[in-house]
Ligand binder design. Structure first.
Ligand SMILES: [Zn+2]
Length: 369
């Protein structure tokens, strides 16, 4: 059990308002016995008149006069401590969003993220492996897979986990978790579900960005494409026709090669015809391969993480190769795809109109831990 002082500050998020200089502040309150909105207002130095304006701005705002224990209120202030906006979520799952523009409140009731109660939290402490410990904690295989898929853009389940690391899986009775939180020895990763306008449910960080990395189109500055993705190509060394499910980029020996997305180094070493090669895993489903390298970047470590655009090696002609070039493969679920045409995942953002509701859900999930 976590205990808080009445109206305790759960946490303070500094949000970048888009202006590099100005930082907005975000205050999350979970209503305790004796709390009221006027209490929160006075705590933050906001006036009674402002509160009165807020309450009279729309009929639904009157609800804010009667907060119930356990409900959530988020108040955001501009960097100059002036009121910016408020988000409220009631037990009846009504959400009120109020934004102060000039001297006038604009408010709306958002009912899209109303899938909150009751929240069920399963805690998993790593003792053996995630799969083993999760099933021991009662999670089904499909939830285990969802967790691995959601977090694997930022967490290597083979090498990052330490004994004693914790996972919190938050569900609301539906199949897929609505919150997945990993708190490890060296890092934390959070994922919160959100269903977009097209009905697709994905996992986002608390700021409303999907967790998947986005990809660069090419892993180097090249002179020309010397061989495209094709199912039948005459091979100059083997003197036969065979598929080339990759792109070859002609470039000078020593040209830096970068990872096309955030990921984890799965292999760094000699790989037959590919010569000196690097294989990088991006999330659960994507893999990229970089081959015929002359050498590896100095700090590159098998099992280590790489960032999009990070130099991982240098163009060469090792393995079965007739001249300096980079052989680049993109694989989705193990199948080679054409890197020049394949539709790569983009990082998505929760739509602006849904963001407040999403944030209110995030704070309720975090408060339930
Ligand atoms: Zn090739």
């Amino acid at each position: 059990m976590r205990r808080f002082l009445a109206g305790a500050l759960l946490f303070l998020l500094l949000l970048n308002s888009g202006n590099a200089l100005a930082k907005d502040s975000e205050y999350h309150f979970i209503v305790k016995h004796g709390d009221s909105l006027s209490g929160y207002f006075s705590k933050l130095g906001l006036s009674n008149r402002l509160l009165a304006n807020l309450l009279s701005a729309s009929p639904q705002n009157k609800q804010l006069n009667q907060l119930n224990i356990g409900e959530s209120v988020i108040i955001r202030l501009h960097s100059n401590r002036r009121f910016k906006s408020l988000s409220y979520r009631s037990h009846k799952k009504d959400t009120i969003e109020a934004l102060l523009i000039g001297t006038r409140f604009v408010s709306s009731s958002n009912k899209d993220e109303r899938n909150l109660s009751p929240l069920l939290v399963t805690k998993i402490v790593i003792n053996n492996s995630f799969g083993y410990d999760a099933q021991k904690a009662g999670l089904g295989l499909s939830v285990v897979n969802t967790v691995v898929e959601a977090l694997s853009w930022h967490l290597n389940f083979d090498t990052d986990l330490h004994k004693g690391d914790r996972f919190f899986i938050v569900t609301n009775g539906k199949k897929k978790p609505i919150g997945i939180i990993y708190k490890g020895k060296n890092k934390s990763v959070e994922a919160f579900s959100h269903t977009n306008e097209r009905g697709k449910t994905s996992y986002y960080n608390r700021h409303g960005y999907t967790l998947n990395a986005s990809f660069l189109r090419a892993p180097l500055k090249y002179k020309r494409i010397s061989s495209k993705f094709q199912l039948s190509r005459y091979h100059p060394i083997l003197k036969t026709y065979r598929p080339h499910r990759a792109v070859d980029y002609a470039a000078d020996r020593g040209t830096p090669v970068v990872s096309t997305a955030d990921g984890v180094v799965k292999l760094k070493g000699w790989k037959g015809a590919l010569g000196k090669a690097i294989i990088i895993k991006h999330g659960a489903n994507y893999t990229t391969v970089y081959a015929h390298l002359s050498k590896y970047a100095r700090n590159l470590r098998q099992g280590g993480s790489v960032k999009k655009g990070q130099v991982i090696g240098y163009v060469g002609s090792t393995g079965r190769s007739t001249g300096a070039h980079l052989h680049y493969e993109l694989r989705f679920k193990g199948k080679r795809k054409d890197p020049l045409s394949y539709k790569l995942p983009k990082q998505q953002k929760v739509a602006g109109s849904k963001l407040w509701g999403f944030r209110a859900q995030v704070s309720a999930i975090l408060a339930s831990l």
